[in-house]
Design a binder for this molecule. Structure first.
Ligand SMILES: C[S@@+](CC[C@H](N)C(=O)[O-])C[C@H]1O[C@@H](n2cnc3c(N)ncnc32)[C@H](O)[C@@H]1O
Length: 268
């Protein structure tokens, strides 16, 4: 979240939704950054149990503004209310769980207040998600870059939840994921009438995406060690809902951050 703070829209007194909030740590940060109310939504009751404990433990320092709701992302407008939210925040390993990016964009748009609601995504770059980790001496595209009808299925002994540190193992080891290309994500948002006001590609991610191939660069960020010059790793978007069905002025500006120069595109 530290990395995101200079990029985030103002959250002061805003009603914020955190989609796929997991155990609520980023949800708490959104509250502490000034939101008036933050709703975290996740499919996992076990994650939400931890999130609610975190909210109770931090009551008085941000936790008192949190509410957690169990449900599917695609049902979020029904569960949380349509057109009432100022900001939707999502990311850091969230979009890859979802099979249909167009339906997700419709869901986000339905949550946001027409004429000013904002979406902020910080997410693993689809190129990174297409790279396999079977041979640490090579960077190989092994998985689909574009969205596919069938998921990418893998069997993993562990995940980002470090159970092995507690001497435990996972019973369910099957993971299903979907990648979504950059054009598919941005296109889906433009398709529902959102205006993209920022798009940055970064070299670092806040998790060990390719074990054995990444180095820590501080503030919880990791970089591909041997491919510093190649490593597009993370995608940040900030999109504004301009109005129900209003597609006029759809792109105000798109900024690509390449790390060495900034190129301003568009301005329609
Ligand atoms: C990698 S975690 C996101 C982590 C989060 N960004 C954070 O840093 O705390 C992905 C989360 O998505 C949730 N999830 C997956 N599919 C979902 C769905 N269809 N609806 C709601 N939540 C979902 C999972 O339960 C999990 O907590």
């Amino acid at each position: 979240m530290k990395f995101d703070v200079p990029r985030l829209p103002s959250l002061t007194d805003k009603k914020v939704v955190h989609l796929q909030c997991h155990i609520g740590t980023d949800t708490l940060s959104l509250s502490r950054l000034g939101a008036s109310h933050v709703a975290g939504l996740d499919l996992s009751p076990a994650s939400l149990l931890e999130a609610r404990k975190l909210a109770s433990a931090t009551a008085g320092s941000g936790g008192e503004k949190l509410a957690f709701v169990e449900g599917d992302v695609y049902a979020a407008p029904e569960l949380l209310g349509r057109g009432q939210w100022d900001v939707v925040f999502t990311g850091i390993g969230a979009l890859g769980w979802l099979p249909d990016i167009k339906r997700w964009a419709e869901t986000v748009c339905a949550l946001l207040r027409p004429g000013g609601g904002e979406l902020f995504i910080r997410e693993g770059h689809p190129v990174l998600l297409a790279v396999g980790d079977t041979d640490p001496s090579k960077l190989v595209v092994e998985y689909p870059y574009f969205e596919t009808a069938e998921p990418i299925v893998s069997e993993e002994p562990s995940t980002y939840v470090r159970l092995e540190m507690e001497g435990k193992t996972f019973e369910a080891r099957k993971t299903v994921e979907w990648n979504h290309g950059l054009g598919e994500i941005v296109g889906a948002l433009l398709g529902v009438g959102m205006r993209v006001t920022m798009l940055e590609e970064h070299r670092s991610v806040p998790w060990n995406a390719l074990p054995g191939q990444m180095v820590s660069v501080g503030d919880g960020e990791l970089l591909l060690q041997r491919w510093r010059s190649v490593g597009v790793a993370l995608l940040t978007h900030d999109c504004r809902r301009v109005g129900a069905g209003d597609r006029e002025g759809s792109i105000a500006a798109v900024v690509y951050s390449t790390g060495c120069q900034r190129i301003k595109m568009g301005g329609y």
